[in-house]
Design a binder for this molecule. Structure first.
Ligand SMILES: [Zn+2]
Length: 253
């Protein structure tokens, strides 16, 4: 087996790392979609609960108004009897005035009851609408769950394989270098390394392929000679490497 230098070992790790992350992303996006459905269902259920509470309160108010209305009715009945047995004109007028006031009060109770009952109807419709939305959302949730299961199945084995490969690749890299690689991979979503780009061969100008910062020629030479130190971009700090082609074409000269 041909021995590889640090950069070559890192490249092996880098390629596996990107595949692992690519597969994970597929899983994560399916998971996120499923969780979004669950969250929406929870929110809808909270709205339903709130509407049900309001409905209960309104029904209690209506029941209360009914009781009050009944006592007004009793009072009305009593006043009518009194009116019939009124002895004087003055008495009669006084009872009649009170009767009219009580009738007015009864009317107000009725109006409030009608308003509240109308609101109860609206809330009942609202609850039905929300329940329909929950039912619809649950269908989507089921599809999302199936999609996630499917992805887990198709990606799971490959992911396990790649994770084993990654462990093997990481074992070839010294601890401090590996730590730097892993931090960069986390910061750049797997893009821990960047290939060196040729700006001008004539002027010996080379740059980081990710952020285009020009690199010192000395670093380029180090990479050409297969250095055992990390060569990193001065700006984005990614680990730099040379494409096979570039190394080949220079080596031939
Ligand atoms: Zn850079």
């Amino acid at each position: 087996m041909q021995l590889m230098n640090l950069t070559e070992n890192l490249l092996v790790l880098y390629r596996v790392e990107r595949q692992v992350r690519g597969l994970r992303t597929r899983l994560v996006s399916a998971e996120r979609y499923l969780n979004a459905q669950i969250k929406q269902i929870d929110e809808l259920n909270a709205q339903i609960k709130e509407a049900q509470n309001r409905k209960l309160q309104l029904n209690a108010t209506v029941a209360n108004l009914e009781v009050q209305g009944k006592s007004v009715d009793e009072r009305t009945e009593k006043l009518r009897e009194e009116l019939n047995s009124a002895q004087t004109n003055k008495q009669y007028t006084a009872i009649l005035t009170e009767l009219n006031t009580v009738k007015l009060e009864r009317g107000q109770f009725d109006d409030r009851m009608i308003e509240d009952l109308e609101q109860v109807d609206r809330i009942t419709e609202q609850i039905a609408e929300l329940n329909a939305q929950v039912a619809e959302r649950k269908k989507v949730q089921k599809v999302a769950q199936a999609k996630l299961d499917e992805r887990q199945e198709e990606v799971g084995d490959r992911l396990a394989e790649l994770e084993t490969e990654r462990e093997a690749a990481a074992a070839d890299i010294p601890g401090t270098d590996l730590q730097i690689f892993e931090e960069l991979a986390d910061n750049y979503d797997g893009e821990a390394m960047a290939e060196v780009g040729e700006v001008s061969k004539k002027h010996r100008e080379y740059a980081c392929g990710a952020c285009n910062l020009q690199m010192p020629f000395e670093n380029f030479s180090q990479l050409m000679s297969g250095t055992e130190s990390l060569i990193r971009c001065g700006a984005c700090t990614r680990i730099l490497y040379l494409q096979e082609e570039m190394r080949g074409s220079y080596a031939k000269k």
